[in-house]
Design a protein around this ligand. Structure first.
Ligand SMILES: Nc1ccn([C@@H]2O[C@H](COP(=O)(O)OP(=O)(O)OP(=O)(O)O)[C@@H](O)[C@H]2O)c(=O)n1
Ligand SMILES: C[C@](O)(CO)[C@H](O)COP(=O)(O)O
Length: 228
């Protein structure tokens, strides 16, 4: 068994997408969104434990409609929680003792690349806590009551993505240490411990499918990859 654990949180409600079906099960080029996410990890390599965290009410749907697409792969399905943090925490607890490093990646980011996974994995062996992030292209202002208050220094800003990778010992400790439900990402829990998180250059195409207008560009990006 491998020292690597891959954890895909996919137990969200997708409320901003506003569809009846979970956004991770929506069709993208003839396959569910989450299929593309998982497939990229399997194209990267196959020697890892894979935990996919799902809404308990969607586990049967996943078993019937998505698991058959990965017939030869061992996948553990884990029941998620009310918040992303709780879902990730449940996924962390389900790895075997062999796992040393865990790579956490949103099910709703199907445009990740093998290169991003590999860069994150190489970096976590050196730094113990890693997140992908991209430079911010726009000018960012703090706005209050519709008036700008100040302009932030763009050079020090990054828009944070997943994959995020950690030594499993550190990320479990970080989850235990932070008892509030709401946390935007796992790297921030490590920051709460006073530890540094190394930022790997992410990919602008690796955006999260959040609202309906994200679907068309996602299709264009994935189609270009499949066509080449
Ligand atoms: N309780 C939760 C909430 C989120 N997630 C997962 O975390 C990722 C990032 O979350 P986001 O895009 O915010 O998804 P949702 O919470 O589903 O979206 P929304 O906030 O619009 O409801 C998604 O893959 C989502 O399924 C999860 O596993 N468990
Ligand atoms: C983890 C994450 O995708 C990094 O950008 C993001 O923080 C998830 O946040 P959301 O509020 O669940 O969209």
């Amino acid at each position: 068994m491998s020292e690597i654990g891959v954890l895909i949180p996919a137990a969200g409600k997708g409320s901003r997408m506003g569809k009846k079906i979970n956004k991770q099960f929506l069709d993208l080029l003839g396959k569910p969104v989450i299929y593309h996410t998982v497939k990229t990890f399997l194209d990267w390599q196959r020697d890892f434990e894979l935990n996919i965290v799902l809404d308990p009410q969607e586990i049967d749907y996943f078993k019937q409609n998505i698991l058959p697409l990965f017939a030869d792969v061992e996948i553990s399905l884990v029941a998620g929680g009310k918040s992303r943090k709780e879902s990730v925490n449940n996924g962390l607890k389900s790895f075997s003792d062999k796992v040393k490093y865990v790579i956490i990646h949103d099910g709703a980011r199907p445009m990740l690349t093998k290169d991003l996974i590999e860069k994150s994995f190489q970096a976590v062996k050196k730094y113990d806590a890693v997140s992908c992030g991209v430079k911010v292209k726009d000018t960012i202002k703090v706005v209050e009551n519709s008036f700008s208050k100040k302009t932030l220094d763009r050079n020090s800003l990054r828009a944070i993505q997943t994959p995020q990778a950690f030594s499993i010992e550190l990320i479990k400790k970080a989850h235990k240490n932070y008892d509030k439900e709401k946390a935007l990402d796992d790297a921030s829990l490590v920051e709460e411990l006073g530890k540094k998180v190394y930022i790997v250059e992410g990919d602008y195409n690796n955006f999260k499918i959040t609202t309906p207008e994200d679907l068309k560009p996602a299709e264009i990006i994935l189609k270009e990859r499949i066509d080449v």
